[in-house]
Write a protein that binds this ligand. Structure first.
Ligand code: NAD
Ligand code: ZN
Length: 347
């Protein structure tokens, strides 16, 4: 598994990492926001023959069309097989930049500097790279590890609050699937004032332990998908519309729905179900899901399952801190879970 550096000073650590690697030239990918807010923190580090390339921000640009632009820029810069690719940005940049590096000349080395909370606690570990395609998230991609990941919480100072809150959902997830004490240590009331460095560290440790046991998602790694089956469907359904949800906002709803399924189908107690939903409602509030939205959301859930009958395999909780996987759930049960969320008291 790749090295992760928890950095107190991104510029110092990046200088050290670059100093240890033997490379012909450096290609630095940013989006318009990370170019403005993050690049200045490390700018003086780069050799003069480096190439900078900036793309438009956001999930809607996580496409093959953007990859073609990136590959064209890499080719124009005459990068050879010893070139080094550096991603400075959130999960969109990390997934797509790593994917571009992995395919260019059958693969050049890349480094990730994740700049959002979500990418620091989640996308920075596990080697999943790729882009969205034909409305399906991460439909095209590969497994490949970066040389190094430099996680520096100093980047979070400029991150919009809604983005910070989106990443927080993955932190909550890590507690729910593996570590009850961690979940109970989180201060949902004052989440904005969290001291991020130890939380990022602990979340990365949890994810790394799971991925190490099951790198290619043959089994255990599926527990990281808790909340994501329904969450992804909501994220995809709302992707291009005015009610757009960030990844973490969508999976927060997904985790309430899937906690309800855990209560209905496994042993998650009513007390823990209430504890979970109270935490999410405090941080994320209620999002309106209309009855007319539900059929399409269900279709997105079952997207790839047309030939596998009407059951989907979910990762669900036996209790807080104990997640299990491959639990079959029917379309009707998913519908009931979404209905449960719709009927929760307004916050
Ligand atoms: P993102 O990369 O779009 O970043 C969110 C927004 O914040 C963007 O507008 C970006 O420009 C801006 N931004 C980034 N850093 C900033 C900073 N420091 N200051 C100010 N603005 C900043 O999205 P994300 O939430 O980081 O990541 C979501 C993506 O990550 C999704 O595509 C998801 O599929 C992927 N992901 C991948 C994995 C994995 O294992 N590979 C895991 C989780 C999520
Ligand atoms: Zn996620």
């Amino acid at each position: 598994m790749n090295a992760i550096i928890f950095s107190e000073n991104a510029s110092v650590d990046l200088t050290a990492v670059l100093g240890e690697l033997n490379y012909s030239s450096l290609f630095i990918l940013t989006d318009e926001n990370t170019k403005e807010y993050c690049l200045p923190l490390v700018e003086e580090v780069f050799p003069s023959n480096s190439t900078f390339f900036t793309i438009a921000p956001g999930e809607k640009h996580k496409t093959m069309a953007t990859c073609l632009q990136i590959w064209a820029a890499m080719t124009a810069a005459q990068l050879d097989r010893k070139a080094l690719f550096l991603n400075i940005g959130g999960g969109v940049l990390g997934d797509m930049g790593g994917f571009c590096a992995s395919l260019y000349k059958r693969g050049i080395r890349f480094i990730n500097m994740p700049t959002t909370l979500l990418s620091q606690v989640d996308a920075s570990v596990g080697g999943k790279l790729g882009v969205d395609f034909e409305g399906l998230k991460n439909h095209l991609g590969v497994f490949n590890e970066p040389e190094t990941v430099i996680v520096a919480s100093e980047f979070l100072k400029t991150l919009p609050e809604q983005e910070l809150r989106s990443g927080y959902a993955e932190i909550i997830k890590h507690g729910l699937i593996r570590d009850k004490t961690y979940f109970e240590s989180l201060d949902f009331e004052h989440w904005k004032d969290s001291f991020w460095t130890p939380l990022i560290h602990h979340s990365v440790e949890i994810k790394r332990a799971v991925v190490k046991e099951d790198p290619k998602e043959a089994g255990l790694r599926k527990i990281l998908n808790f909340g994501h089956t329904i969450g992804h469907a909501l994220e995809t359904y709302f992707l291009d519309g005015p009610r757009h949800l960030l990844h973490g906002e969508a999976i927060a709803i997904g985790m309430i729905c899937e906690a309800w399924l855990s209560h209905k189908k496994l042993n998650l107690s009513e007390t823990e179900l209430r504890q979970i939903q109270a935490a999410f409602l405090k941080v994320y509030g209620n999002v309106e899901i209309l009855d007319t939205d539900v059929p399409d959301v269900l279709d997105f859930c079952l997207q790839d399952k047309k030939n596998e009958g009407k059951e989907l395999m979910f990762s669900l909780l036996n209790s807080i801190g104990d997640c299990t996987y491959n639990i079959p759930v029917t379309r009707e049960e998913i519908q009931q879970a979404i209905q449960y969320y719709q009927n929760l008291p307004q916050t």
